[in-house]
Design a protein around this ligand. Structure first.
Ligand code: GDP
Ligand code: MG
Length: 444
């Protein structure tokens, strides 16, 4: 663990009085690795390490702990402090209707989170008054986005604004506000459209809506799997609209918590909720101490950045073996692979692992590397749960919907399906070769 490693660094220090700058700097190199491993954006990691170095130098080493343990504690406390206070709820103390606006990139979880928060407010979670909530989708870009929210509304028993086909976002916002006022709603939740990447058209639309609706809360919804890109996302959105908070989604996945620190550092706004699943009750208050533990804990898994890729490959291989035994490799598996590849900072990591992948990767690399990975992730994000587990369902009509939903082209969807097909075939080959062990023997 990070604690053990720092213990090693500090062993020779035992019995001395205070942490010297040289000692702390040595320790901070390990901390920096741990932060980057946890997906904290580089500039944020740097800033954090500088701050903690300043704090730690000169502190007396307590008798009951080792210097290593003490540095871990200093780092942990600084993380918790930087991540912010526990459970910062929504501030809805205005003359009703209080408007809550959700913004973020496509696929970050805005629509899902809108319904989750609405459900929470309507139920009066945490001893609060039950609210009368109205939801409205302003997403006119993604096919069926408004219907998606309506469906969730039915599910959580929260009203949604009736859909008027062809109406544009600003007009929908105006109509929603009027309906909320006339019908005595306490809270109006506005779910906005996202894009694959931050773009000016999205920003202008978002600003126009914010002007009309004057939201009490503007929440930036961010996928916790966002790595180095987190800084750009946070910066771009916070420059355009006055954010009041952040929601981190997919905290149930293998996110390492780094995005939380990056978001917090760049926006300066509290993280108000954590999404922990696809179900409507999978929303929790954000707990800085838990996430700090996760960040430091993930640093425990590997000791050096160079070794990280290797170890992730192994983890991956193990997970894959388990799936293989069941003869499964669906879009969720592919997505997992793509996310690992992104996190490891590039392609090629899996090439040595799987026969049949080399060809697919050659195609990927020429198609534009990481951008392609992001697109593929978005395409899988635009698939239904069924399509993900049964990609053979994806016919021409569905391809068009997926392409539109992810801001890509049918050609790209075809490429993705082909890649999945190739990997799936490779999986079967591996099985024939006697599993991963047999394959490794052949390669080695
Ligand atoms: P939007 O494009 O930002 O509106 O994103 P959606 O709300 O449509 O969500 C995209 C996908 O992410 C859907 O399949 C959601 O079920 C899923 N999702 C959203 N939040 C979470 C979360 O906290 N955990 C998990 N596992 N999935 C989530
Ligand atoms: Mg949406």
């Amino acid at each position: 663990s990070l604690s053990d490693r720092l213990g090693g660094v500090f062993d020779r220090l035992r019995g001395r009085g205070a942490l010297t700058e040289a000692d702390v700097r040595t320790a901070m190199r390990e901390v920096r690795v741990a932060l980057l491993e946890a997906d904290v954006a580089l500039p944020v990691a740097r800033q954090f390490v500088d701050k903690v170095t300043e704090e730690a130098v000169g502190q007396n080493v307590l008798r009951s702990v080792t210097p290593g343990q003490q540095v871990v504690k200093i780092v942990n406390d600084a993380l918790v402090e930087m991540l912010g206070a526990d459970a910062s709820e929504l501030d809805l103390s205005v003359t009703p209707p209080a408007v809550v606006m959700m913004v973020g990139l496509q696929g970050s979880g805005k629509t899902t989170t809108t319904a989750k928060i609405a459900k929470r407010l309507a139920a009066g979670v945490g001893g609060r008054d039950r609210k009368k909530v109205l939801m409205a989708s302003l997403d006119v870009n993604r096919p069926n986005a408004q219907e998606q929210l309506a469906t969730l509304g039915t599910q959580v028993e929260v009203a949604t604004l009736p859909i008027v086909p062809g109406q544009q976002p600003v007009d929908i916002a105006r109509r929603a506000l009027q309906a909320a006022k006339l019908q005595g709603y306490d809270v109006l939740m506005l779910d906005t459209a996202g894009r694959l990447h931050v773009d000016q058209a999205l920003m202008d639309e978002m600003k126009a809506v914010a002007e009309i609706a004057t939201p009490q809360e503007i929440l930036l919804v961010v996928d916790s799997l966002t790595g180095q890109d987190a800084v750009n996302v946070a910066q771009n959105f916070s420059e355009q609209v006055p954010l009041t908070g952040v929601v981190l989604t997919r905290m149930d996945g293998d996110a390492r918590g780094g995005a939380a620190l990056s978001m917090r550092a760049v926006t300066g706004k509290p993280i108000k909720f954590a999404g922990t699943g696809e179900k409507m009750d999978a929303l929790e208050a954000f707990h800085p101490s838990r996430v700090a533990g996760r960040i430091l804990g993930m640093g425990d898994v590997v000791s050096l950045v160079e070794r990280a890729a290797e170890s992730i490959q192994q983890e991956d291989a193990e997970r894959m073996t388990a799936r293989l035994a069941k003869g499964q490799f669906d879009m969720n598996d592919l997505r997992g692979q793509l996310q690992q590849m992104r996190r490891m900072g590039g392609l090629g990591a899996l090439a040595g692992m799987m026969p049949g992948m080399k060809k697919a990767q050659g195609a990927l690399a020429t198609a534009g590397g990481d951008k392609m990975l992001i697109h593929m992730d978005a395409m899988i994000g635009s698939m239904t749960v069924k399509e993900r587990t049964k990609p053979e369902l994806i016919n021409a009509k569905r391809k068009i919907r997926i392409a539109k939903g992810s801001g890509t082209t049918v050609q790209e969807v075809n490429k993705l399906l082909k890649m999945h097909q190739e990997m799936s075939t490779a999986m079967k080959k591996i099985k024939k070769m006697g599993g991963l062990k047999g394959m490794m023997a052949m390669l080695g």
